[in-house]
Structure formats: structure tokens, C-alpha cells
Design a protein around this ligand. Structure first.
Ligand code: GDG
Length: 483
């Protein structure tokens, strides 16, 4: 793997470390695990806007972590307001949930400005800055205005909305201009790049198409929009899947659940993940099939999320009420058809559930990619089990051998769950899982992160005149030797 630029700066809402009951720990998730080794080698700076100060200041790592100190009302208006009360529902097609308030838009700008200021302060000359996600989309242009020497990348981790939906955002043009401050903009799958095309048409922004990428001229430079599908820590999940203790725990789970068929779903409790619709489809299956009533158990791991936002608190209540109703209708002292864990499990426990499950039910109503689908496949040591996947997850564009389903089709969803839960596995299922394992292995999160950064440097080099390139090389030589 190419050694990353010695001057890498990451800007994200989440910090790489969190405080736990056992002290400071690495924040969960594949993105953090992919970026940490790059940061360790580059000895750069990680700027986090949404984090508590302590975990960062206390962490002993070979790079700097800067947690921005923001007034709590600004933080709330930016995070619960503009980011998760407006941009998130907009990008996922939940227009009726969107609330646009001028004061929240101002807070969003203020946080992006603070992040851009911090990046401008910490980035050495000609450094590479990689900004992450919809909470910080104005940072690229704000940073570009302060520091034209920087190479700036931006990754939007959620779906890019249809042009028609984006029109409801009062500051849509500013959002897009903010993103176009980057040299390279990454989206997960080609359909999001096509939607970005439509947005540029709608806003009257001139661009060229180069194969599947978009090139937007911006004075002396260009902004490129490309597909960069994320993956997971394939070897990490595979080694958990091979671990004897994890396998023993998976056997225990299966036997505790009565030895029948086991389905697993893992989501943050978010309305975009389609949890209530999935539970209702499972309820319909239990109504219709005595075999399902006797033999099938759904384990729903639902990590509480964004509980400062009203829509998320209401969702949690609906999920709990739906599980309660199913239990009341179909449960008995000996058997619970649905198990809900409304908490975070550690990765080992999660892997045991992936191993224990005959099928993973991944049916979001909309999802940028969905890493759970990848993790279920990566964890399995053998090509068995089934993946039921929503066509509205970006992952469906990549994992085409999964059993695909439209989660809005109530009967279709119930019958797809019946198929993966009850039909005996065949040679065709095993061939599908083997093909999925190959795809997941090719798309590791490490390849994604290092590939994106290499491409970012490449697209920037293409526009740097030769003379300046030589000057840059000379300027960076002592840093390279010191590494
Ligand atoms: C956003 C986009 C895109 C969940 N419960 C536990 C746990 N998790 C981990 C999973 C997985 C991650 O959380 C969830 O990732 P997803 O991709 O499914 O969803 P989002 O959080 O919405 O992520 C999404 C992603 O960004 C990357 O670009 O794919 O579309 O919405 O890794 O394992 N991890 C542990 N315990 C849990 O209880 N340890």
C-alpha cells in the first residue's frame, strides 16, 4: 500500500476515540478502523466537530486530534437540526420529516466555518485534507477560499437525493457550491453520481462527463465527482468468523433460540432502515405460516441513535411497541419470535449473531451503502447462509447475488422473508454466497480509503504545472526523510 501523504488532515463529525466505562477506546465502525492506520503513518491531524473534548485530549496516538469547542446551542442546531432534521431525511427521501429553519442553517454554516478554520490552521502547505459527510458539506469551499494550496477530498456517505427532492432545501445551491470546493468528491454508487448530474442540470452548473465521472470546471482547477464504493474490514470480520470462541457463542445462541431458523438484522434505530416495516412483514409471515410460528426467530439488534431528534425518539417507541405486539400475539413462555436488543453490542458478540443467523435481513427504505450486508458475508467462514437485501441500499448495486427485495412492497417483503427463512438451502444459494464473498473481499475499506487518497493526489497532480510540481517535491523532501 502506498504510504499516505505525511500531511493528511481528516475532518469529520465523529472523533476517532470515545470514552467508555473502561477508559478511552477506538470509536466503532469500519471508517474509523480504515482511517486510523493511515493517520498513524501520516502523523497528521484529525479534526472532529461533534465530539466531547476529553477523549481526544487524553488519547495517546501518533497524530493530533482536535475536538472543536462549540457552544452547545450551535452544536444542537447543526447536528440535530440542519444535519439530522433536514439533510439526512432529504437525502433519504423522507421529505415530510424535513424541517428547514434559518437559524439551523446559520449554525450549520458556523460549524463548517469552524472546521474549515481549524483545517486551515493545522494543514501544512500542500497538505491533503479529507472531509467526511453530509454534516460538513460546506467545508471544502470554505477551506479552499482560505487555503488554495491544499488538496481537498470530500466523501458523501449517504444517498445523493433526486434533483426534485433537493429543490425543497432552501440552501441547495450553497450546499452544492460547498461540495464543489473539493478536488475529488466520492459517492458510493453510480446512481448517486447520475443524481448529482441531475442536480447540476437543475442548478444550471456547467460540467463535462468523462465516462462515469463528472468534471466541473472551477477557474484554474476542476472538481471531479466519482463513484468510490466503501467496504468493510474484511480480514477483521473473517478472523472473528474463524474464532473458536465466536463459533461456540454462535452455537449457544442457536440453541438458546430453540434450534430453529434464525434471522438477524442490525441497524442504528433510524427510520431510513425500515425496521418497523420489517417487523410488520415478519408479523404477517407469522400470521400466515404455522411453520414460521414454530421455527423462525428474528433477532433485531437496534442501536439507539440520535435521540436528541424527536423523529428518532418516536421511532424507538414504535419499534418497541411493534415488538411488544408481536410478542403478545405469537409469543409464549417458551418461545419469543422476536428478540430486540436496543443497545450496542461489541464486535465479537455481533460476529456471533452473524454466524448464528441462517439469513441476514437488510431491508432499509434507503441507505447510502449499508455495511451490515458486507459484514454478514465477510464473517461467514463457509459460503452458506442467505442475504436478503433491499434494492434501495447502495449495497444492492454492488452485491447483485443477494436476494433482492423492495421493502415498500408489503406482501413481497413478507414472502421474501418466508423464502430465506424457510426454504432449504440449495447449491444455488451456496454459489450466490461464494460470489458475494468474492465481491466483499475485493471491496475492503482499506482499499477504499487508500484508493480514494491516491486518486485525490492524482487528480490534483494532473492540474499542477510541472514547475510547481518540482518545487513541491523539493519542499516535501525533508519531511519524507524524517518519516
Ligand atoms: C452511514 C450510511 C454507509 C451496528 N450495531 C452495532 C455495530 N454496528 C455497526 C455495524 C456497521 C455500522 O454500525 C453501521 O453501518 P451502516 O453502513 O449499516 O449504516 P450507517 O451507520 O447509517 O452509516 C451507510 C455508511 O455510512 C458508510 O459510508 O454504508 O449507508 O448511512 O459497521 O457493524 N457495531 C458494534 N455493535 C453494535 O451493536 N460493534
Amino acid at each position: 500500500m502506498k504510504t499516505p501523504s505525511p500531511r493528511l488532515v481528516i475532518v469529520s463529525a465523529r472523533a476517532p476515540f470515545v470514552r467508555t466505562s473502561n477508559g478511552i477506546a477506538r470509536a466503532p465502525g469500519g471508517l474509523i478502523s480504515a482511517l486510523l492506520p493511515l493517520m498513524r503513518r501520516s502523523r497528521g491531524t484529525w479534526i472532529a466537530t461533534g465530539a466531547d473534548r476529553d477523549p481526544c485530549d487524553a488519547s495517546e496516538v501518533p497524530f493530533r486530534v482536535r475536538a472543536l469547542s462549540l457552544p452547545s446551542e450551535i452544536r444542537a442546531a447543526w447536528y440535530a437540526g440542519a444535519s439530522n432534521g433536514a439533510l439526512w431525511p432529504l437525502a433519504h427521501g423522507f421529505l415530510e420529516v424535513c424541517r428547514f429553519r434559518a437559524e439551523q442553517a446559520r449554525a450549520y454554516l458556523e460549524v463548517c466555518r469552524a472546521a474549515a478554520d481549524a483545517a486551515a490552521e493545522h494543514a501544512p502547505r500542500h497538505a491533503v485534507v479529507w472531509v467526511h459527510d453530509y454534516q460538513l458539506a460546506l467545508v471544502p469551499a470554505l477551506l479552499r477560499a482560505r487555503r488554495p494550496d491544499l488538496t481537498i477530498g470530500f466523501f458523501w456517505h449517504i444517498p445523493w437525493p433526486a434533483a426534485e427532492s433537493l429543490r425543497v432545501l432552501p440552501w441547495a445551491a450553497e450546499l452544492v457550491e460547498g461540495i464543489l470546493g473539493a478536488d475529488l468528491v466520492g459517492l458510493h454508487v453510480p446512481r448517486y453520481v447520475r443524481a448529482f448530474h441531475d442536480t447540476l442540470d437543475e442548478l444550471g452548473v456547467a460540467y463535462m462527463s468523462e465516462g462515469s465521472s463528472i468534471v466541473v470546471p472551477k477557474g484554474e482547477r476542476t472538481a471531479r465527482i466519482e463513484t468510490w464504493p466503501i467496504g468493510v474490514d474484511v480480514e477483521g470480520w473473517a478472523s472473528l468468523g474463524r474464532d473458536e470462541n465466536v463459533a461456540a457463542e454462535a452455537e449457544r445462541i442457536r440453541s438458546d433460540l430453540g434450534g430453529g431458523r434464525v434471522l438477524v438484522s442490525v441497524d442504528r434505530m433510524d427510520y431510513a432502515k425500515g425496521i418497523v416495516e420489517r417487523l410488520e412483514a415478519f408479523e404477517r409471515l407469522l400470521e400466515q405460516s404455522s411453520e414460521a410460528r414454530e421455527r423462525v426467530t428474528l433477532v433485531q439488534i437496534g442501536v439507539p441513535s440520535r435521540e436528541t431528534v424527536a423523529a428518532y425518539r418516536e421511532l424507538r417507541q414504535r419499534i418497541e411497541a411493534t415488538v411488544g405486539r408481536i410478542q403478545g400475539r405469537f409469543g409464549s413462555p417458551r418461545r419469543k419470535p422476536v428478540h430486540l436488543f436496543a443497545r450496542t453490542l461489541d464486535a465479537t458478540e455481533l460476529a456471533a449473531y452473524y454466524l448464528a443467523a441462517d439469513a441476514a435481513i437488510v431491508t432499509p427504505k434507503r441507505d447510502g451503502m449499508n455495511l451490515v450486508a458486507f459484514e454478514y458475508v465477510a464473517t461467514r467462514p463457509r459460503p452458506n447462509g442467505r442475504l436478503l437485501l433491499s434494492t434501495f441500499a447502495g449495497a444492492a448495486d454492488v452485491l447483485s447475488e443477494a436476494h433482492l427485495v423492495n421493502p415498500y412492497d408489503e406482501d413481497g417483503l413478507a414472502s421474501a422473508i418466508a423464502d430465506v427463512a424457510l426454504a432449504p438451502e440449495t447449491a444455488s444459494d451456496s454459489a450466490r454466497m461464494a460470489a458475494l464473498k468474492t465481491r466483499v473481499s475485493r471491496l475492503s475499506v482499506e482499499t477504499w480509503a487508500s484508493g480514494f487518497l491516491a486518486r485525490l493526489e492524482q487528480v490534483t497532480e494532473e492540474r499542477v504545472p510541472a514547475r510547481e510540481r518540482q518545487m513541491r517535491l523539493a519542499a516535501s523532501a525533508p519531511v519524507s526523510r524524517a518519516r
